[in-house]
Design a protein around this ligand. Structure first.
Ligand code: NAP
Length: 313
């Protein structure tokens, strides 16, 4: 397989990079200064693209690689891949489902606790030596708060199970009601937001779910409501979120993802009811290794004409 060209879209895992380098002819796209020149020079040898949540394969890249057979994403989300173009051209697509579910769900619960109990602010309070001048103010309880989840897929369900263990009543919104769950279904995001204290975004990013959390949803969640986003930044209308938080129309937010990563609205930096994370939902040693092994397994299966491990297209 050493002669098969694999284009890695951006840096994502040094282990994956090393293993790809051992097995294939690896091209690191981020190191290429003249991208168009490079593509016309190597287009005939590149048969695979490895992308992630930040860079994948858009129509332009796919069109410039006539020998492309497979796009293997180091992510479960597929929003950086032009799936229709892949289908049209018979290009296979794989992702990394399941192996990251627990980590992302754990982090969602961590964000709920951090926002409500002001864990990060408490830590800053101690580090700044402020404890000596007085106790930290009282915060808000997490156990028992009602949790509404947008997207009851693998991650949404794992969040629901964890929140249930904290005594939280669970409700959700998806395009259709799930038959195998007792969680309360709301047929619209606004209804879900009106009926929960913590709203979690855990759905896939598609043209329909872009800004699924808009001003109306934030108004419905209200001045005591907490928004948790571990989906994708564009799920939330960020300008509206910033003004809702600054004006106190929303109670708080725990955000792992942002509209223009790694740019984060600086107006949020001074707010103690907001916890900001640098898109680390799946960012543990164990999970990133498992994700890398899935990418490698899918590529090897494809080039050995075996069934793909986690096929999407
Ligand atoms: P999944 O099992 O495919 O679940 C996706 C869910 O999205 C399903 O419940 C689906 O429900 C719902 N959905 C799709 N379109 C919708 C729409 N128009 N309106 C409402 N709900 C919609 O995927 P997963 O493994 O749980 O992953 C979910 C997402 O989490 C990923 O796509 C990714 O963006 C994000 N993620 C983030 C991180 C991070 O680091 N923060 C890590 C991993 C994943 P229906 O089809 O029934 O509507």
């Amino acid at each position: 397989m050493e002669s098969i060209g694999v284009l890695m879209a951006c840096p994502m895992s040094s282990y994956l990079e090393q293993e790809l380098d051992k097995r294939f002819k690896l091209f690191r796209f981020w190191n290429v200064p003249q991208k168009n020149e490079f593509l016309s020079q190597h287009a005939d040898s590149i048969r695979a693209v490895v992308g992630n949540a930040f860079a994948g394969a858009d129509a332009e890249l796919i069109n410039s690689l006539p020998k492309l057979e497979i796009v293997s994403s180091f992510s479960v989300g597929l929003d950086k891949i032009d799936l229709n173009k892949c289908k049209e051209k018979g290009i296979r697509v794989t992702n990394t489902p399941d192996v990251l579910t627990e980590d992302v769900a754990d982090l969602a619960i961590g964000l709920m606790l951090a926002v409500l109990r002001r864990i990060c602010e408490c830590d800053r309070h101690v580090r700044k030596g402020l404890w000596k001048s007085g106790d930290f103010k009282l915060t808000s309880k997490f156990s028992g708060k009602s949790v509404g989840i947008i997207g009851l897929g693998r991650i949404g369900l794992a969040i629901a199970k964890r929140a249930e263990a904290f005594g939280c009543p669970i409700s959700y919104y998806t395009r259709s009601e799930k038959p195998n769950t007792n969680y309360k279904y709301y047929p619209s995001v606004v209804e879900l937001a009106s009926n929960c204290q913590i709203l979690v975004v855990a759905c896939a990013l598609t043209p329909e779910t872009r800004h699924i959390v808009n001003r109306e949803v934030m108004e419905a969640l209200g001045s005591k409501g907490i928004l948790i986003n571990i989906g994708r930044g564009p799920h939330v209308d960020e300008k509206e979120l910033v003004s809702a938080l600054l004006e106190g129309r929303l109670g708080g937010a725990g955000l792992d993802v942002f509209e223009n990563e790694p740019e984060v609205p600086e107006q949020l930096f001074g707010l103690e009811n907001v916890v900001l994370l640098p898109h680390v939902g799946s960012g543990t040693e164990e999970t990133r290794k498992a994700m890398a092994d899935l990418v490698l397994g899918n590529l090897e299966a494809h080039f050995l004409n075996k069934p793909l491990l986690t096929p999407v297209v």
